[in-house]
Write a protein that binds this ligand. Structure first.
Ligand code: ATP
Length: 355
């Protein structure tokens, strides 16, 4: 590297799924670095772009008019090549050729795993900034984009509720979150849902039907059930899937096979069990985009700035974690140990409030 002390060259990239507020973090990294008189380089399209040498110097003006934009101005990508030893060596070589002293990566746990692997070959500092709508990274209470994604889903459910009320329907609404129920729980609580189905809990079909029936008997004519995309399927659907895989029926062509969507699968098994008119809505990728909430802009700005502070302090192999509401450095390996646990009280609270 051979740069003068206090004359660092910093590179920044976004990786994995995009999330609203990533731009605020990128902007903060760049402007905080320039404030320290560092040079900053943006890498386009994540680790894939790094492997293709898509690196350019960024100025403060490049970061204008993006704080209120969703997505990421540097693009993001998933890279299979980066997961090979050759890919990691090549990436390290490119960073060394550009004399990069430190690399900041905004992304999820997969991106952090990649950053740890890279640091086996790359001699500079590495710092992660948690950015994923899922809020599923262990070791931090928050990841950039979660607040916006929850807000987007809640606004959609507020609209669905009008139809649910007018037609006396029960809506099964599927939200994102990969293998985590964090988004589903917050969305369920904030939208006043009747119930929630999450990956962290094995939901029993009959007990669930009884809960919904009890609500109906108490006079509930309509309602919302929030289903996490990673929720387990009802046991009977799982069984049917196994049977179908063993002996596929060429005459059966459902528009959406129940096994592709937990919300559809749960709606299907509930239909014959409860006396309500059931509909399904899968919110999908609209939750990943849109203007970031002020919380995501503020947290993105604070963590981007903290990443540069950590670099100035000489830290490496760390990420900007939220603990007790404050920013603290945490080791990257902490973020790669499974999925952050949900609070069981939240599950109970959804049901208590929806009763
Ligand atoms: P999100 O959860 O929001 O999608 P993420 O960062 O977890 O974000 P992933 O697709 O899991 O998204 O990871 C992003 C990229 O990180 C991968 O495409 C890959 O290039 C790199 N990566 C993940 N795991 C490893 C690994 N073990 N070794 C090297 N690179 C990895």
């Amino acid at each position: 590297m051979g740069n003068r002390k206090d004359d660092k060259r910093i590179a920044v990239l976004a990786s994995g799924g995009d999330s609203p507020g990533m731009n605020a973090a990128l902007r903060a990294v760049v402007r905080a670095a320039l404030w320290e008189h560092y040079q900053v380089f943006g890498i386009q399209n994540g680790y894939e772009g790094l492997l293709h040498n898509e690196i350019r110097e960024l100025t403060s003006r490049d970061m204008g008019l993006i704080i209120n934009q969703g997505g990421t101005m540097l693009g993001t990508a998933r890279s299979a090549e980066f997961q090979t030893r050759e890919g990691l060596e090549k990436a390290a070589r490119i960073l060394h050729e550009h004399r990069i002293d430190a690399l900041c990566v905004v992304g999820g746990d997969g991106s952090f795993r990649g950053l740890m692997e890279l640091s086996e070959f790359y001699k500079g500092q590495v710092v992660g900034i948690p950015g994923t709508i899922d809020n599923d990274i262990p070791g931090t209470e928050y990841t950039i984009g979660f607040d916006t994604a929850v807000q987007t889903a809640v606004e959609a459910i507020d609209k669905l509720r009008d139809t649910a009320l007018s037609h006396g329907r029960l809506f099964f609404v599927e939200v994102m979150g990969r293998n985590s129920g964090q988004i589903a729980l917050s969305v369920a609580l904030a939208s006043g849902a009747e119930d929630v189905i999450i990956p962290e809990e094995r939901t029993d079909v009959e007990e669930f039907a009884q809960r919904l029936e009890a609500g109906r008997k108490k006079g509930k004519r309509f309602g919302i059930v929030v289903v996490a995309e990673g929720a387990p399927l009802p046991r009977e659907v799982e069984r049917a899937r196994v049977l179908r895989a063993e002996a596929p029926d060429p005459n059966v062509k459902a528009a959406i096979a129940p096994e592709e969507s937990p919300a559809f699968a749960w709606a299907e098994v509930m239909r014959p069990r409860i006396g309500m008119n059931i509909r399904v809505s899968v919110l999908g990728h609209i939750q990943r985009g849109g203007r970031p909430t002020s919380f995501d802009r503020v947290w993105g700005s604070r963590t981007g700035d903290a990443a540069i502070r950590f670099i100035k302090q000489g830290l490496t192999g760390v990420f900007t974690a939220m603990r007790g509401g404050h920013i603290t450095p945490a080791y990257l390996f902490e973020a790669t140990r499974g999925v952050r646990a949900v609070e069981p009280e939240m599950v109970q609270l959804v049901r208590k409030m929806g009763s």
